[in-house]
Design a protein. Structure first.
Length: 392
């Protein structure tokens, strides 16, 4: 146990999160069982350590443990939690809980056996905390940590503290909001950097970003998909090839039969793999209004623009990049469907958007909002695309 305390102290003392994530203030920290999901690389470990640093420092009532530790290959989490409680422990932070074979059972047992213990754990976005783990239903409070928004990226790069805005605020007050931002910086000066490498916090590390992201993408498939979905290793190459083919095809409706032939599997398996890739936050599926999985999506897009530049940089079309940015920033709190004729997307079932690259000639419709690339200040229903990066 002492070794775990020493590791905890070292990690907390050396943690310095570059941006304080808004999720820190959105979580109900009074809950006894809190799950924080998110795609690999978005900073879940740093988030837990930042919480420990802010609330507890090196106080021994809080302890961070990573389930990668070989100790847990033989020792039981339940007994470990019991020993921690005996020593006065109150908050146990568990990183990568899905590495334990019976993690949901162990968490529930800890919840029931140690009523004065709070557990906060991180897991992959592929995990279904409630749908596939009825043991935790009604007990766990689940949250999602996403990659940096454009707003968070700007705050980091410029030292500002710009606030986020709701979609309603942006649609109704975008001119006023932009006028509070533009005197301080020109967001367009940072937009290309963000869409290329700003979503994942590890762009701050002194390593090649694209190589790092490719490594992370492989880990998403090899660990988050294969391990959690219990898929045999021999199918790994098929899933990787499918992701590559989807990226090369660009944001279109998938030809499932052709994809099945190319990776030598059934149409049903292709659709299941597509769903797993979406769960891992490698792709987004966009459906017509009223439709959803297991039907074929109207469009498959990369989950964020950074992935586009890493997986197939020779075919990155600006229109595809702008649409991917828009969908990614909307995905946190809004439902995005395929747009009707003359529009790009339908948001929340009733708001039409068209994503417009620089130089687009617009025949304006009062029922459509136009998200304009390379526009600093909008007017009426024409809104700068960059401002949608302030939704979180």
């Amino acid at each position: 146990m002492e070794a775990f305390y020493r590791t905890h102290n070292y990690l907390v003392e050396h943690t310095n999160a570059p941006v304080r994530r808004d999720l820190m203030d959105e979580i109900d920290w009074n809950a006894r069982l809190i799950g924080i999901k998110g795609t690999r690389g978005v900073g879940k470990t740093t988030f837990l350590l930042q919480y420990a640093k802010e609330k507890f420092g090196t106080d021994r009532s809080c302890l961070f443990v990573n389930m990668n530790n070989f100790y847990f290959s033989e020792s039981c989490l339940i007994n470990f939690a019991g020993e921690f409680v005996k020593r006065g422990g109150k908050v146990l932070l568990i990183d990568q809980v899905f590495k334990l074979p019976n993690w949901s059972h162990d968490l529930r047992t800890c919840y029931e056996r140690y009523p004065n213990l709070k557990i906060v754990f991180t897991g992959s976005s592929v995990m279904r905390l409630k749908d596939e783990n009825p043991e935790l239903n009604g007990l766990v409070h689940s949250y999602n940590l996403r990659g940096f928004s454009f707003r968070e990226f700007l705050n980091l790069q410029t030292g500002n503290h710009f606030s986020s805005y709701s979609l309603e605020e942006i649609l109704n007050n975008h001119e006023h909001i932009a006028k509070t931002i533009l005197p301080h910086i020109n967001p367009l000066n940072y937009f290309q950097d963000y869409i290329h490498h700003g979503f994942y916090p590890f762009f701050l590390e002194k390593r090649n970003f694209s190589e790092n992201l490719l490594k992370t993408m492989n880990m998403m498939i090899e660990v988050d998909i294969l391990l959690i979905k219990q898929i045999e290793l021999k199918y790994l190459s098929k899933i990787k090839k499918l992701l590559y083919l989807l990226a090369v095809d660009g944001p279109i409706a998938p030809n499932v039969s052709q994809l099945a032939a190319e990776i030598r599997t059934s149409r049903a398996t292709v659709m299941n793999y597509i769903k797993y890739l979406a769960d891992a936050r490698l792709i987004n599926m966009v459906y017509p209004k009223g439709e959803e999985f297991p039907k074929k999506p109207a469009k498959i897009m990369m989950h964020n623009t950074n992935l586009m530049y890493s997986i197939y940089p020779v075919k990155v079309e600006i229109q595809d990049v702008l649409e991917t940015f828009f969908v990614n920033t909307m995905w946190k709190d809004h439902k995005v469907n395929k747009g009707e004729k003359g529009t790009s997307f339908l948001v929340d079932g009733n708001t039409h958007f068209r994503i417009c690259p620089e130089g687009t000639k617009i025949k304006s419709s009062p029922n459509v909002y136009y998200a304009m690339h390379k526009m600093e200040l909008g007017h009426g229903n024409q809104i700068p695309l960059w401002l949608f990066g302030f939704l979180y």
